[in-house]
Design a binder for this molecule. Structure first.
Ligand SMILES: *[C@@H]1O[C@H](CO)[C@@H](O)[C@H](O)[C@H]1NC(C)=O
Ligand SMILES: *[C@@H]1O[C@H](CO)[C@@H](O)[C@H](O)[C@H]1NC(C)=O
Ligand SMILES: *[C@@H]1O[C@H](CO)[C@@H](O)[C@H](O)[C@H]1NC(C)=O
Ligand SMILES: *[C@@H]1O[C@H](CO)[C@@H](O)[C@H](O)[C@H]1NC(C)=O
Ligand SMILES: *[C@@H]1O[C@H](CO)[C@@H](O)[C@H](O)[C@H]1NC(C)=O
Length: 768
């Protein structure tokens, strides 16, 4: 049967199954929900954790040493790049007691703040590593080497001010370029003096709120803009951060997201801006999610570049969350072309402060004459023609302009003017992006997004349709993902509790062809020969895949599964499980091929059907169907079928049990009885707290005579009744039936009268 074809349920489903719509005051962007949720399972990941060590938040990939170097609280670890569970070496970097006491005396918490949190970790050209820690609010840097299988700190005791934050909770960013450290952090104990600095030649920002206004630093990246430049341009370092906007006349402080950039060749001015950036320009960076809300704030970025193209093809992916916690549970990813960012800085207009009244300053578009060389531009061929070969030779007019007006007029807008993904739930914290190219297909960018709940989302934007393939819980504990790295075909994530390594593919999570295809995972396809969902890199065969459409009609027809046989004692309860592989599907139940709705006897749970107070009418064939709407079609699939039989307590003759199999007697029966009684007890204990009252508000189709007053006590009674048995795997179990039948303490109530099932049924013509 063609799964995409019309199904009798379709007429019902078309109205009720479309993705949930939300009532709102403003137009919401399309919100994506993860198709699959994968709970924590130690087998999904390779984990590294050291007893008593926390806050694994810095990582450095050392391909040359085959190591993932991880900085945590008071320790650095050298882990195997292919298996992070293997620790090759570690080194402790603790704070001396004297220093802890000093820190404590300044009012900081000795158990948390007065520790050494590794915040900076970079590779130097000589193969050593440059590492800095907060060191009990007195940052320090050192050189770290890995030789003969051991990690060693040189013990240089270098002052870490301007390189590393004092406060472990303060955000910072750093980058090593040509052995020179670019860092964005606070330089004082109180964390009130922010700078963006370079170690050599030493360079920093002006201490004025025009340049940095109570910032929170996010990330940095180098762009090789000198490569192939016709103007003889220089390479740039981009800095992402958030700060209080100066340009809006709001009563309250409004925070905006920013991107700033400097030129690598900047050595500062001669007199004006001496040892300070002459090329520091910044602008707002927008990710429009909800127009009526304060701007969303940038949390992390990932620079994706096509190795076959120059920097103009590079894209910054960035995650954004709401400005005020609790105002919205949406997070977003926006993507920006580096070439467009660069253009705003190299060609855009400037903003200029205009004093209005005595103290108030308004920032307006600068419309006056812009001096030459262009303020904030790198030294290029045009400047060199005028004998300006370095920034010290820049005229005062240009330098004065930059000093007063580092803010550009135009904000950076994302590709397409809107987010590539908007998700609901735990706020996004980190992002990395990987490109995959399935056979004969265009390449896709797969986004891996860390959340505050310690989960990882895997998502793709297919022709402006954002699709979250899955959400995987990476850690047992639910702390935020603090760092994400990708290298070759591996992903690494760090949290306060450990480091995990994950494979980006995980196709084996799909057991059926439909699930594999509807997952729309560019890493995976269905291998019809082996009957498995496999990754492209592991297969040479042609695989079934439908990424853009999510059309599973190419999947081979599946043999109908044998129904699971179940026996319920009259008046008893039973749980019929139905676990859907996807969160995007609606689950429906049919009895004797007719749609089933909640009633006094049927209670629908998310992943199961409860049959309550069973009577003869509840015997029959049950089928659980999932209905999943993909981009172009609606897919029906049968998850499981049950054949339910009701039997009477022992005092009455039970023809069903007698005809359903050979009777079992003697020892076997007794033994089975004890096993079942034990299972039932277990099941009861387990479900006692989970079974909601059957008379819930969802019920629509109550028999006319029955009113709420009569129902409530009945419901309470039902709840106390043990469930007779659990659905078995696949085969019926006659011992089971006989054994339960042997119970003599069962209800001796009169057999319940058959009760008409209550729903509007739909004729099923599918077998025609
Ligand atoms: C370090 O980890 C602990 C959890 O063990 C967490 O409570 C604390 O906030 C973390 N500290 C920092 C600076 O991230
Ligand atoms: C990774 O290393 C751990 C510890 O040495 C080992 O137990 C595990 O089997 C390894 N796993 C893989 C996939 O190599
Ligand atoms: C490494 O080991 C070799 C031989 O065992 C030794 O000659 C060398 O000095 C060691 N290097 C360091 C830095 O300890
Ligand atoms: C799904 O694919 C089948 C063949 O592979 C095609 O015939 C059908 O039209 C497709 N359905 C949609 C809705 O694109
Ligand atoms: C079970 O159903 C029968 C009729 O079907 C009814 O008479 C009886 O009261 C019900 N028992 C409970 C506990 O709800």
């Amino acid at each position: 049967m063609n799964k995409g074809a019309m199904h009798p349920l379709l007429s019902l489903c078309v109205f009720s199954l479309l993705l949930p719509t939300v009532a709102l005051e403003e137009d919401l962007p399309p919100i994506s929900r993860p198709r699959r949720f994968v709970p924590y399972d130690g087998n999904n990941v390779l984990l590294f954790q050291e007893e008593g060590v926390f806050n694994y938040s810095t990582m450095l990939v050392r391909e040359d040493l085959n190591l993932l170097v991880v900085g945590s609280r008071e320790a650095v670890f050298a882990l195997d790049l292919k298996n992070v569970s293997k620790k090759h070496a570690s080194v402790n970097w603790k704070v001396p007691l004297k220093k802890v006491n000093e820190c404590k005396n300044k009012g900081k918490n000795p158990e948390t703040e007065c520790k050494n949190y590794i915040r900076v970790l970079h590779k130097k050209n000589n193969g050593k590593m440059y590492v800095c820690g907060t060191n009990a609010f007195d940052p320090e840097c050192d050189l770290l080497s890995y030789t003969n299988g051991t990690l060693t700190l040189a013990g240089t005791g270098e002052d870490g001010k301007t390189k590393c934050p004092f406060d472990p909770y303060q955000k910072h960013a750093s980058l090593m370029v040509d052995d020179s450290l670019y860092s964005a952090t606070s330089v004082n104990f109180l964390g009130t003096e922010p700078i963006f600095a370079r170690s050599s030649p030493p360079m920093r920002t002006e201490f004025t709120n025009f340049w940095l206004n109570e910032p929170s630093f996010v990330s940095m990246a180098q762009i090789p803009e000198s490569k192939g430049s016709k103007e003889g341009d220089d390479d740039k370092v981009y800095l992402f951060f958030r700060e209080i906007a100066v340009e809006f006349d709001y009563q309250n402080k409004m925070v905006v997201s920013r991107v700033a950039r400097v030129c690598k060749g900047d050595i500062g001015g001669e007199r004006t801006l001496q040892k300070k950036w002459t090329s520091f320009l910044k602008t707002r960076i927008d990710c429009p999610v909800l127009e009526l809300q304060l701007p969303y704030l940038i949390q992390d970025t990932y620079l994706w570049c096509d190795p076959m193209q120059d920097w103009k093809g590079c894209i910054f992916y960035a995650v954004f969350t709401p400005q005020i916690r609790g105002t919205s549970d949406l997070s977003a990813v926006c993507a920006y072309k580096v070439s467009e960012m660069s253009k705003v800085f190299s060609e855009g207009k400037y903003k200029s402060p205009v004093p209005i009244e005595t103290s108030f300053i308004k920032w307006v578009t600068f419309s006056g004459e812009v001096p030459f060389p262009r303020p904030g531009a790198c030294i290029n061929d045009e400047a060199r023609k005028h004998d300006i070969t370095n920034t010290m030779l820049l005229p005062d007019r240009t330098l004065q302009f930059v000093k007063e007006k580092p803010l550009m007029d135009e904000a950076i807008q994302p590709i397409g003017g809107r987010p590539v993904l908007v998700g609901k739930g735990a706020p996004f914290t980190r992002i990395v992006v990987s490109q995959v190219q399935p056979a004969d297909e265009e390449p896709y960018h797969v986004m891996f997004i860390g959340t505050e709940a310690g989960t990882l989302l895997k998502a793709v934007n297919y022709n402006e349709e954002a699709f979250i393939i899955e959400e995987v819980k990476l850690f047992e504990q639910s702390g935020p993902i603090k760092i994400l790295k990708t290298f070759k075909d591996k992903l690494y994530a760090g949290s306060d509790f450990g480091v995990v390594q994950i494979s980006p593919a995980n196709c084996e999570r799909s057991a059926t062809c439909e699930d594999c295809v509807l997952a729309r995972d560019p890493y995976c396809g269905w291998d019809g020969t082996d009957g498995k969902c496999v990754s492209f890199s592991d297969s040479k065969r042609k695989l079934i895949q439908s990424l853009k459409e999510g059309n599973a009609s190419q999947c081979p027809k599946m043999d109908p599964k044998k129904p699971v046989e179940l026996f319920i004692m009259q008046g008893g309860n039973m749980r019929l499980d139905c676990r859907s592989a996807t969160q995007l599907a609606e689950v429906h139940w049919e009895k004797e091929r007719l749609a089933l709705s909640p009633s006094a006897h049927f209670h629908l749970l998310e992943d199961a059907l409860l049959i309550l107070n069973a009577s003869e009418t509840e015997s029959g064939h049950y089928r659980c169907i999932t209905v999943e709407k993909s981009k172009t079609s609606i897919h029906y699939s049968t998850v499981i079928e049950y054949q339910v039989q009701i039997y009477l307590p022992r005092s009455e003759i039970n023809p069903l049990a007698q005809t359903s199999g050979p009777s079992v007697t003697g020892l076997q029966t007794t033994l089975a009885f004890f096993v079942i009684a034990f299972l039932a007890l277990l099941a009861w204990n387990f479900y006692k707290s989970h079974i909601p009252l059957p008379c819930n508000t969802k019920k629509k189709n109550v028999e006319p005579q029955q009113n709420q007053d009569q129902e409530a006590p009945a419901a309470a009674a039902v709840e106390k009744k043990p469930l007779m048995s659990e659905p078995q795997n696949n085969t019926s179990n006659n011992n089971h039936a006989a054994a339960v039948n042997a119970r003599s303490d069962a209800d001796e109530e009169a057999a319940p009268k058959p009760r008409l099932s209550t729903l509007q049924f739909i004729d099923d013509e599918s077998e025609a």
